[in-house]
Design a protein around this ligand. Structure first.
Ligand code: BTN
Length: 326
């Protein structure tokens, strides 16, 4: 359970330990312990000499009502169940286990994940009330091959929403990473599917977006990362507003993908492609392929130019090779 009452007191203006103790009806040492607890959970609580404790970034809790009120008619039409948890192991795992109650695309959100999962068995660092941890559960009935390109389509939808929100520098790194400002990852997509290869498929689309990563959690991230707050300038990034903006793209977009396929979405990939023309190394299982990125195919495979020949790859992990010095 998180300490909402203490967080509320710290959100207004700096407040002394004495006053906090009085307001909460506890001792000063109990206040200090509760402050430590919040700091361990990732809340950045600072002190101002002579005035007391305050929260560096005010907390904005996820608010289902607010998110849904800002959905447009097209998104509302596709929306199924809407779940928000304070703490969960992983929203993807939750989406796979929860019973479905109504038609449409189901939304699963959490303030915190205790076992957030990234691609390739990595952990996804998921501190409390800081970022977006979202899973969408969708039902498709055209079989597995019809889902090829889905993760790239989701990337394009997210990038479009983020640009419209004001992050002009958003980019996509094939196959699943969301970038801002060229070379740092601020989000990723993890899709898990279950069902009959040629018929009904349940897909869980997991989206992690770093909004305001507390500094001390960043030590656990094993790749170059960033968060949206760093690119927002003076503007405060509201997770609730951002979620409405993302769902306004994703919910109708996924329906369109189901009806019409991926090609129209993938035609927008070049507008966001951070790898285009870069010399890269693609790690595909134990195989390593080096070449220059030419873009993606109509099906979403990566096009690499290797020794004068073009080859296509459907999976793998890319690292950009440093420029050679001469
Ligand atoms: C990646 O490795 O880039 C993919 C990260 C996906 C993280 C999201 S957070 C919401 C959902 N729940 C999880 O456990 N993982 C995904």
């Amino acid at each position: 359970m998180i300490d909402r009452s203490l967080l509320a007191l710290l959100s207004v203006e700096p407040i002394s330990g004495v006053l906090l103790a009085e307001r909460l009806g506890i001792s000063r040492s109990a206040v200090w312990k509760r402050i430590q607890h919040l700091r361990d959970a990732g809340f950045e609580i600072e002190t101002k000499s002579g005035q007391g404790y305050f929260l560096k970034h005010p907390v904005e809790w996820l608010d289902q009502q607010r998110i849904c009120n800002a959905l447009d008619a097209m998104a509302k039409k596709q929306l199924g169940d809407f779940h928000v948890a304070e703490q969960i192991d992983s929203t993807n795992s939750w989406a796979k286990s929860e019973t479905k109650r109504k038609a449409g695309i189901d939304v699963f959100l959490a303030e915190q994940q205790t076992a957030g999962r990234g691609r390739l068995g990595r952990q996804w660092v998921s501190p409390m009330a800081a970022n977006i941890y979202l899973s969408l559960r969708c039902h498709f009935n055209k079989g597995l091959p019809a889902l090829s390109g889905l993760s790239l389509v989701v990337g394009v939808l997210l990038a479009k929403a983020l640009r419209a929100y004001g992050f002009d520098d958003v980019g996509l790194k094939w196959p699943n990473d969301i970038y801002v400002s060229g070379n740092k990852k601020c989000g990723g997509i993890l899709i898990e599917v279950a069902g009959e290869a040629n018929a009904e498929i349940n897909a869980v689309i997991g989206i992690g977006l770093n909004v305001s990563m507390p500094a001390h959690f960043a030590n656990n991230i094993d790749q170059a990362w960033t968060d949206l707050r760093q690119y927002a300038g003076e503007k405060n990034v509201s997770r609730n507003q951002l979620l409405s903006a993302l769902l306004n793209e994703l919910l109708p977009g996924l329906k369109r993908f189901e009806d019409e396929g991926s090609s129209e979405f993938l035609s927008h990939w070049p507008e966001y492609d951070v790898l285009l023309d870069q010399e890269v190394k693609l790690l595909d299982g134990i195989h390593q392929h080096i070449g220059r990125v030419l873009g993606i195919t109509g099906q979403g495979a990566l096009r690499l130019l290797q020794d004068g020949a073009e080859r296509h790859y459907h999976s793998g992990e890319i690292s950009v090779r440093p420029l050679r010095t001469i």
